[in-house]
Design a protein around this ligand. Structure first.
Ligand code: PLP
Length: 507
């Protein structure tokens, strides 16, 4: 992706060597061999196609963190060996994050909360306080709720920019002309443009550096939601032309093969300075008495009060370093081939409608594919894929209701749904939504083939499955099998695991 620029981590040798390393990495994730009993009594290895929600955890990083835990101690002490080692590793984790996104000294990395939702809420508050005279935020109609609602809560006004459409009328990237108009209309009050790098509904990629240039020309900032893209595309906050630098970029550890890791904010340091940190307590102060306290200017310390999630941050950093050394160019090219293969296979299924432009020459995308099968509720298709084929996908609105409703023709061109939608409790057969397949590094053409064949079968034989399902009467849009019961605690149970340890260790 030429527009997204190469990050700073040095590639580990020539491309062919890195491609070979990627092949070695593919099976190195937890949960790829997990088997479940299906509704027809077969046991099958699960096929995980839900990486846009959370991807599977990388064993290599886990093993490295386990070795680091031999030294575990709380950070921010320079006296005993363990504390010194952990403090050094925690600093290293911040540096790796910055290198992964090509950041220079003008930026800081802050580990925060559980993912992008917390990071964007935090930055919406910070930016509203930083520039109170600029109370308008521009976002788009293709955002996850996490990159929309926090701005609605903290800004005076939020403007939603519509999307481009390809020659088939399918939604593509943000409409840059409409964005330019919105920026011009609000230039004097515009605080920032908040934009996703890649959509969690269509996978379509936005030209974030170009958007940064447009925002900066009006004195506004740009905040990029990299929740979906971080693990799949090279992306640098620093561009060749500084006018295209990104001011804030946020990522989720659990979407970068490190579930259990925090979210990360990479932001220009000056955006934090001059404001009291959002959260205060231990580790951020230089002086405290019963009446006064002073806050350090040291970053990221002043933005990370309290004891951090050290193992989580180390796991994420080890993962980012590994991916950066293999090369996001190699990872992107590999996933692009799989995505194109999947689009071709899915498109050929009679009755299956793909959402968003799937003309890669018009709208480039990552491995996130949404669709519906004519006449079949998304909750039904998703349940059958799981129960009879062991294929894990997601359905419904993916926390992007305005966008999904618009793609379904329910919301108008401004993303506004009819009033009745607010209060209506839907029957599962008509609940708005779609089915989403999404890929991680561990997915192969065989996974795509399995999904395509299962979908073709469901589309052609829905009447065989329909009598086995009833809608769940809770407005969720889910369906459940009438006789097959899957009990999560039969598969895994914390108390049973602990009791087994107790029994095994009885003396
Ligand atoms: N933004 C996008 C584009 C997402 O896909 C998601 C999660 O699916 C989020 C934000 C929210 O991320 P998190 O669940 O890590 O808070």
């Amino acid at each position: 992706m030429d527009l997204l620029h190469a990050p700073r981590l040095q590639p580990f040798g020539p491309r062919s060597q890195r491609e070979a390393l990627l092949e070695r990495l593919r099976p190195e994730f937890y949960g790829l061999d997990t088997e479940y009993e299906l509704a027809d009594g077969r046991r099958a290895r699960r096929i995980y196609l839900d990486s846009a929600a959370s991807n599977l955890r990388l064993k290599v990083a886990d093993a490295i963190v386990h070795r680091a835990l031999a030294h575990y101690a709380n950070t921010h002490s320079q006296l005993h060996f363990g504390a010194r080692i952990m403090t050094a590793l925690y600093h290293q984790a911040h540096r790796i994050v910055l290198d992964f996104v090509g950041a220079d000294d003008a930026y800081t990395a802050v580990f925060h909360g559980n993912g992008v939702t917390g990071c964007i809420n935090r930055m919406a508050r910070v930016l509203a306080h930083k520039r109170p005279e600029r109370d308008v935020v521009i976002t788009t109609l293709m955002e996850h709720h996490a990159n929309d609602l926090p701005h609605r809560k903290h800004a005076g006004k939020v403007v939603h920019v519509p999307l481009e459409h390809d020659p088939d009328g399918e939604a593509g990237r943000v409409d840059l002309e409409a964005l330019a108009e919105a920026i011009e209309a609000h230039a004097d009050r515009l605080n920032y443009v908040a934009i996703t790098c890649a959509s969690n509904v269509t996978g379509i990629i936005n030209p974030v550096h170009e958007i940064a240039r447009m925002a900066h020309a009006a004195g506004a900032l740009v905040l990029v939601d990299a929740a979906q893209s971080a693990a799949h595309l090279p992306l640098s906050v620093v561009a060749e032309d500084p006018a295209e630098n990104l001011d804030v970029l946020v990522m989720s550890g659990h979407k970068i093969y490190a579930p259990g890791s925090p979210g990360v904010i990479v932001a220009r340091k000056d955006l934090f300075l001059g404001l009291e940190p959002e959260e205060i307590g231990g580790g951020v102060v230089t002086f405290v008495d019963a009446r006064r306290y002073t806050i350090t200017d040291r970053l990221p310390d002043r933005e990370e009060t309290g004891t951090p999630n050290i193992p989580g941050a180390l796991a994420l950093a080890a993962t980012l370093y590994l991916m950066g050394r293999i090369g996001m160019d190699v990872i992107e090219a590999d996933e692009r081939q799989l995505t194109q293969y999947a689009l071709d296979r899915f498109e050929a299924i009679p009755g299956l409608h793909l959402y968003g432009s799937h003309r890669l020459e018009v709208a480039d995308r990552i491995g996130v594919i949404t669709f519906n099968i004519e006449g079949l509720p998304h909750g039904f298709v998703t349940a059958v894929l799981n129960d009879y084929f062991g294929i894990a996908v997601r359905n419904e609105c993916f926390c992007a209701q305005p966008f999904v409703r618009q793609l379904l023709g329910i919301a108008d061109e401004h993303g506004v749904a009819p009033d009745a939608c607010m209060t209506r409790v839907h029957d599962a057969t008509e609940k708005p939504g779609m089915v989403r397949v999404s890929f991680g590094l561990y997915n192969t053409r065989a996974d795509v083939d399995a999904a395509a064949e299962a979908l073709r079968h469901i589309a052609g034989h829905a009447e065989d499955y329909a009598p086995h399902y009833v809608p769940v009467p809770d407005g969720s849009g889910d369906f459940r099998h009438v006789s097959f019961r899957f009990r999560p605690h039969d598969a895994f149970d914390l108390e049973r695991e602990v009791d087994a340890w107790l029994r095994d260790n009885l003396v």
